[in-house]
Structure formats: structure tokens, C-alpha cells
Design a binder for this molecule. Structure first.
Ligand SMILES: [Zn+2]
Length: 472
């Protein structure tokens, strides 16, 4: 075994020398293609080693070993973390290698005897350097899930045919299949073997349901959701119920008084979802973490915040967030000053301040009913509390300075042009210029805004008193 390690080190230095001595730009076409093919062949062998190593690390880190498992002894939660530390590869790559590694690792019977791997032929083709990583993955990922239903013999039959096609030539094809063709061929085998789905579609859907972890790209976190139909229906209904009428696709524009919602539907749906999560996190039934409601930790440098430049960071999320988003977190959730010295020591820690307490939230919710921007239908439970006069401008954390805004209107309150004024403790709003029908600022009255049922009843009552009803 030590010998293998020595040979590998030798191969590594040989490879490094080949790389240093190669200048692809100087090669003629055929020589370039030959180099490409040889590099691929070397890569296949390296991949085979990486797969087997990952499989072995995973095996030694298997759960039933308890504290004695390899990952635990090295201070890692599991094999994925340990492998990530050793290889610096992505979690996705590592889990693939572990999956393949488990499929090609010789098994141990209860008697202690060594038994062939689950995918014996994939294992030997990988070891021979004739089967590539992508093709091996296609074969294992397609056939392994149906093994329990179609039986070992059928899987073996398909595996033989697929490995032969991938390493070619075969009777059907003079050339080996490329990975995409292998994957297509594997799907055909799957359909043939598992034809009318011995397992009901619903059971399969149940197994395939999920929400993937997020991948950050272009400042957005992308997730894939595979929802069961009934969950999706509830989700859709919930989103639609709270989309303000103006953001729903519509063909009539008969109510010019209702402010138009400039957001595209997909964005508006995102914003309803944002409010929904806020509401759930705040609900009394939400699980607590160490006694406090689930809290999102955002860090920002005081200097950046004061200068209005830079960005903040959410704990556990790699995408930075804008200072606008940080301000919103601070307005709705409060802040805590942490002073860290130049040498990294914690100098001081303030208490959390300026968060509206539960009693204040109840009072404000009763008064405002929901997001106070006219036309918005987000209910009180899902809304954030906005300091009308910002804390740093002397605004207090009192009910007379707090109003309900949904996530979107809170996020855009500085830029949307909507203005909020408390008159005798009652929220009033004024629309942005483009919604004033040509009237000037002075001509546009402040309008009392609430969607609270009791408040609305009161307002109607007052109107009726001003306009005597004719009684016949
Ligand atoms: Zn709103």
C-alpha cells in the first residue's frame, strides 16, 4: 500500500512535468486531439482513485461506528465535511464520489467474507481506466434506485450492456458511447425493466419530494423545489390570496383609485413568500432557538452603515446583502453593537434595543390591520414594524412611531416615494408623485390608512354622520 502511495507521488511529479513542458498552442491539430484524449485517460484513472478513496472514507465514517467513526475522530460531523476539508471539492462533487464509491466498493458479508461490489463491472471498468466518471455516475444513479424493484439479476444485465456501450466497441456501435448517450441508454433500460412502475407514482413522488439547498449566483440564492401536488396547491393558493389585486394579471383597469403595483407577478409572489416566512418565524408556535425566536444574524461594519456604503452579511449565507436590506433588518428586528478590537478581541457588547415588544405589536396590529400601503393585502401577522422616524433620527420604539409594512413595502419605503406621517398617533400616507394624477404635493392630502376591520367600521360611521342619509 505504501508502494501505491509512492507510485502516485511519482505519477504526480511526472504529470506536473508534462504539464510544465506542454504548450498546446504550438501543437498541430491531430497532436492536440491526441493530447486531449491522453489527458482524459489520465483523468479517468485519477477519478477512479478519487471515487474509491471517497468510498473508503465514507465507509470508515459510517454512522453505526458511533464516536469511533473516522469523521468523528477527525472532528468532523460526517464524511462529507471530512472529505471537503481534505479535497476542497464541492459538497455536490463529494456526495457523487461517495455514492459511486459505495457502489464499487467490495462488500463484506455478515460471515466476514468479501463479496463483489454492487456494481462490479462499473468497478472494474473504472479501475481499468476505460469508463469515465460521468458514464459511471449515469449507470449507477439510474440503476441503483430501481434495484429493489427489478432485482439484482436485471440490474446486472443492464449494467453489463451499459458498461460495454460506454467502453465500446460493441455489436451495435463501432465506437464507445459518450456519457450523455450512456445516460440516455440507461433511461431506456430503466423504462424497460421498471416498465409500468411497480411502485405507484405517488410513492415515487413521495421519495423524490424536496427543497434543495441554495446555490448563490448573481446575488440570488437559487433553490429547486419539487413539491407534492397538494402542497403546491396550498402554496399557490396562499401566494395568490395575498397578491394585491393589482399585481395579479388582469385585463381590466377599472379602478383608477387603487394604486398600481409595478412589480411583475413573479416578484410579487416572492414578496408574499418573504412576508409569509416572517410571519411564520414570528408566530408563537415557531420553535425557539435557545429561548429566543428563530433569529437571522446579520453583521455589518459600523463605518459602512454610517457611510451608507458597503454591504452586510447574513450568518450562514455566502451572498452579501445590500445596506438597504441591512437597514430593514435593523428597523424591524433591532440591533446589537459589538465592538471588536484591532487584535480581534471582543471589547464590548450592547444589549439588543429598539425592538417592538409583543404588547406593542398587538396594539399596532389592531390599529393598522396589515401593511398600511393602500392596495396591499399582506395581513398584520406577516408584516414588519417600521419606525416612521428612524431610530438614529431620534424616533422612539413606541406605538406612535411604529406602523405595519409588508416585507416589500418596508424594503422599498426609502425609494418608492410613499410617505408616512403620524398625525396624533394615527398613520397617514401620501402616494408617490406618479400616483397623484398630476396633483402637486401640496394638493395631495395625507390619507389615513388602515385595513383594520374595526377601524374601517369607525371610518364609515364618521362618513355617514357627515352625509345624512335621506329617509323616505
Ligand atoms: Zn405592503
Amino acid at each position: 500500500m505504501e508502494d501505491a502511495a509512492g507510485q502516485l507521488a511519482e505519477a504526480q511529479s511526472l504529470l506536473a512535468r508534462a504539464l510544465a513542458g506542454s504548450d498546446e498552442r504550438m501543437l498541430r491539430d491531430d497532436a492536440l486531439l491526441e493530447l486531449t484524449a491522453t489527458a482524459e485517460a489520465v483523468g479517468r484513472l485519477a477519478d477512479a482513485l478519487r471515487i474509491r478513496a471517497a468510498g473508503e472514507v465514507a465507509f470508515r465514517s459510517r454512522r453505526e461506528l458511533g464516536e469511533d467513526r473516522l469523521s468523528a475522530r477527525k472532528g468532523c460531523r460526517n464524511a462529507v465535511e471530512l472529505l471537503a476539508r481534505v479535497t476542497l471539492a464541492s459538497e455536490r462533487t463529494i456526495t457523487q464520489r461517495m455514492r459511486l464509491g459505495a457502489a464499487v466498493r467490495p462488500r463484506t458479508a455478515l460471515s466476514g467474507d468479501t463479496m463483489p461490489a454492487r456494481f462490479e463491472q462499473v468497478a472494474s471498468a473504472l479501475a481499468a481506466g476505460t469508463l469515465g466518471y460521468d458514464s459511471a455516475l449515469a449507470i449507477v444513479d439510474t440503476l441503483d434506485p430501481i434495484r429493489a424493484r427489478v432485482g439484482d439479476l436485471n440490474v446486472e444485465l443492464a449494467e453489463t450492456a451499459l458498461v460495454a456501450a460506454a467502453t465500446g466497441p460493441t455489436a451495435e456501435s463501432p465506437l464507445p458511447f459518450a456519457a450523455d448517450e450512456v445516460r440516455g441508454q440507461a433511461r431506456v433500460w430503466e423504462n424497460v425493466l421498471d416498465e409500468d412502475g411497480t411502485v405507484p407514482a405517488e410513492e415515487r413522488a413521495m421519495a423524490a419530494r424536496g427543497i434543495s439547498g441554495g446555490l448563490t449566483r448573481d446575488g440570488l440564492v437559487h433553490r429547486k423545489m419539487a413539491l407534492l401536488p397538494e402542497i403546491d396547491a396550498k402554496f399557490e393558493t396562499l401566494l395568490n390570496a395575498y397578491l394585491s389585486p393589482r399585481s395579479k394579471p388582469t385585463f381590466n383597469d377599472t379602478d383608477p383609485d387603487q394604486p398600481k403595483d409595478p412589480r411583475a407577478t413573479a416578484q410579487a409572489r416572492h414578496d408574499v413568500f418573504a412576508s409569509l416566512i416572517d410571519g411564520a418565524a414570528r408566530s408563537a408556535a415557531a420553535p425557539t432557538m435557545g429561548g429566543a425566536a428563530p433569529t437571522v444574524l446579520v453583521s455589518v461594519r459600523q463605518a459602512d452603515l454610517a457611510a451608507g456604503a458597503g454591504s452586510g452579511f447574513i450568518e450562514g449565507c455566502e451572498a452579501p446583502i445590500s445596506l438597504g436590506a441591512v437597514e430593514q433588518f435593523i428597523c424591524a428586528g433591532g440591533q446589537q453593537h459589538v465592538l471588536i478590537g484591532d487584535d480581534g478581541t471582543l471589547v464590548s457588547l450592547s444589549t439588543t434595543d429598539r425592538v417592538f415588544n409583543a404588547a406593542q405589536r398587538r396594539a399596532i396590529s389592531l390599529r393598522d390591520g396589515g401593511c398600511i400601503i393602500p392596495g396591499c393585502t399582506i395581513p398584520a401577522a406577516w408584516s414588519e414594524i417600521h419606525h416612521v422616524i428612524a431610530y438614529r433620527d431620534g424616533g422612539e420604539t413606541e406605538t406612535c412611531n411604529g406602523v405595519l409594512l409588508c416585507w416589500f413595502h418596508h424594503r422599498t419605503i426609502e425609494t418608492s416615494g410613499w410617505r408616512i406621517l403620524m398625525i396624533d398617533g394615527v398613520p397617514h400616507v401620501k402616494p408617490p408623485p406618479w400616483l397623484r394624477n398630476g396633483r402637486t404635493d401640496a394638493e395631495t392630502p395625507w390619507r389615513r390608512s388602515t385595513s383594520s376591520r374595526t377601524q374601517l367600521a369607525d371610518l364609515l360611521e364618521q362618513q355617514r354622520e357627515r352625509q345624512p342619509v335621506l329617509v323616505e
